[in-house]
Write a protein that binds this ligand. Structure first.
Ligand code: MEV
Length: 328
């Protein structure tokens, strides 16, 4: 039996635009998905609990047939099942055993579909644990590549390497197309607000693609996000946290123009700004889920706790550890 864990992440800058070749800077955070894998004679059985901050338990037998009776949208359950199944397919391929059987237990501190990287963390940890269980240790490069292939398949060919690379290696990273690297980063005082909801990544990415193909302003907006990311990289290198905050505000405005924000995300962003945060933006695909703000003081977290539509607010540290073995 092997347990591996991998971190979730927030996007400092660049979600959505990264799908079209612009750079993005995601940062791993100290909220982890832990996946335990034990070999079994045949088939795959998956147990998943605590997939939202509220926590619920999902149990099914490797396909959607045994759909659990839980109060989350079908699309999320289907996506969750799809990510785990594709991760197992990658692990089987990596060890050269197409029929290997596994018992998989997912225990995640990262809410599902909320923009802080639950699917990438589960996929990375699952491939790592399943291959190790069969005696194969993948390099981080191969693990990140296989995890990306899972997201690419489940998201119908519309995925960047940003989430999976960040979850594999940890820390602050820069992703532009196939070019993935880690970045030195100062201490970043992340505060996260969570509305209890989720967005459908595939549908949101498809929506931005449609907009971009229909309106020149949307293509220009995607390019403008790329400019913000490049400025953000300079601010990160200078340790200029105030400038990072300003650029996050601009980035949120552009994501709003692309139609991926929501009333609750906007309410949390404005609550954070009013409380004195250096900057605030939605993180991830949008539609609902989480915002990320920068604030060294306790003011933003307190303001978010009293913001209608915010279910939970918490501080998250940058996690410089990527995937790691917890037991086994
Ligand atoms: C989703 O976490 C981030 C997106 O940019 C999609 C992707 O990069 O694959 C919206």
């Amino acid at each position: 039996m092997v347990t591996s864990s991998a971190p979730g992440k927030v996007y400092l800058f660049g979600e959505h635009a990264v799908v079209y070749g612009e750079p993005a800077v995601p940062c791993a955070i100290e909220r982890r998905a832990r996946v335990t894998v034990e070999e079994r004679p045949e088939g795959v059985r998956v147990h998943a609990g605590d997939l939202t901050l509220d926590g619920f338990t999902v149990e099914y037998d490797g396909d959607a047939a045994g759909r659990p009776d839980v109060d989350v949208p079908d699309s999320l359950i289907e996506a969750g099942v799809g990510y785990v199944n594709e991760a197992i397919a990658q692990a089987r391929d990596a060890v050269g055993d197409e029929t290997a059987g596994f018992d998989v237990t997912v225990d995640s501190q990262i809410p599902l579909g909320a923009g802080i990287g639950s699917s990438a963390a589960v996929v990375v940890a699952a491939i790592d644990a399943a291959t190790r269980e069969l005696g194969v240790e993948l390099s981080r490069e191969e693990l990140a590549e296989r995890a990306y292939q899972v997201e690419y398949t489940v998201q119908d060919g519309q995925a960047s390497r940003a989430d999976t690379f960040c979850s594999t290696v940890g820390g602050a990273v820069r992703v532009e197309g196939d070019d993935c690297r880690t970045l030195p980063a100062p201490d970043l005082p992340f505060v996260i607000g969570y509305d209890g909801g989720a967005g459908d990544t595939g549908a949101l990415v498809a929506g931005v693609r449609n907009l971009k193909e229909t309106y020149d302003f949307a293509a220009d907006t995607v390019a403008a996000i790329g400019d913000i990311v490049r400025s953000g990289e300079r601010a990160l290198a200078d340790g200029d946290v105030a400038e990072l905050g300003r650029l996050m505000d601009f980035n949120h405005g552009l994501l709003e123009a692309l139609g991926v924000s929501s009333r609750s995300l906007d309410a949390m962003v404005w609550a954070a700004r009013d409380a004195g945060a250096l900057g605030a933006k939605l993180t991830g695909a949008g539609g609902g889920g989480c915002i990320v703000a920068l604030d060294e003081t306790a003011e933003t977290a307190t303001a978010l706790e009293y913001t209608p539509g915010c279910q939970e607010a918490f501080r998250a540290e940058l996690d410089t550890d990527g995937v790691r073995v917890e037991a086994g």
